[in-house]
Ligand binder design. Structure first.
Ligand code: IDP
Length: 162
């Protein structure tokens, strides 16, 4: 195994998914992982941690001026989170679709937020929103050695080489 945060290779796109403290408290981690596995994506990194305010202020640096920012920091540091890196064909866009709209009231049924949450300030999960965001966030949350390159035996069946 060797390190890589992103790759230009087709089918090798990577994204960051975080189960937020409410998702961990409510024991939703397994069900969220299951959705990504069943879709056909490959887990390439996984850990549980207590987020520092430093990491969070970097992660959410575009939101520092928002009125809800201090509540967001309190929420995100209220307990452990589970951080994952997932790889696969167009995983960044697909996982945004699987996670649903930021406000659970607007999230479609069938999405994580649409199925498991009610309120925008307790929306269970984070997913990177763009290739630039995914690269930046994977580098922020993981060390290179924590991301693994491995072959999954069904890859040639779930995804044709582009
Ligand atoms: P995203 O998580 O869907 O990418 P962002 O706009 O980047 O949405 O917001 C980051 C997080 O900040 C949201 O997931 C949510 O936890 C929180 N947040 C966003 N808007 C509000 C709000 O209006 N009130 C409270 N919390 C919010």
């Amino acid at each position: 195994a060797h390190t890589s945060f992103s790759s230009q290779a087709p089918g090798k796109e990577r994204t960051l998914i975080v189960v937020k403290p409410d998702g961990v408290q409510r024991r939703l981690v397994g069900r969220i992982i299951q959705r990504f596995e069943q879709r056909g994506f490959k887990m390439v990194g996984l850990k549980m941690l207590q987020v520092s305010e430093d990491l969070l202020s970097n992660h959410y640096r575009q939101l520092r001026m928002k009125p809800f920012y201090s509540d967001l920091v309190q929420y995100m540091t209220s307990g452990p989170v589970v951080v994952m890196a997932w790889e696969g064909h167009q995983v960044i866009q697909s996982s945004r679709n699987m996670v649903g709209q930021t406000n659970p009231a607007e999230a479609q049924a069938g999405t994580v937020r649409g199925d498991f949450s009610l309120h925008v300030s307790r929306n269970v999960v984070h997913a990177s929103d763009s290739p630039e965001g995914a690269l930046r966030e994977l580098q922020l949350w993981f060390r290179g050695q924590e991301l693994l390159d491995w072959e999954c035996i069904d890859e040639s069946i779930t995804c044709e080489d582009d």
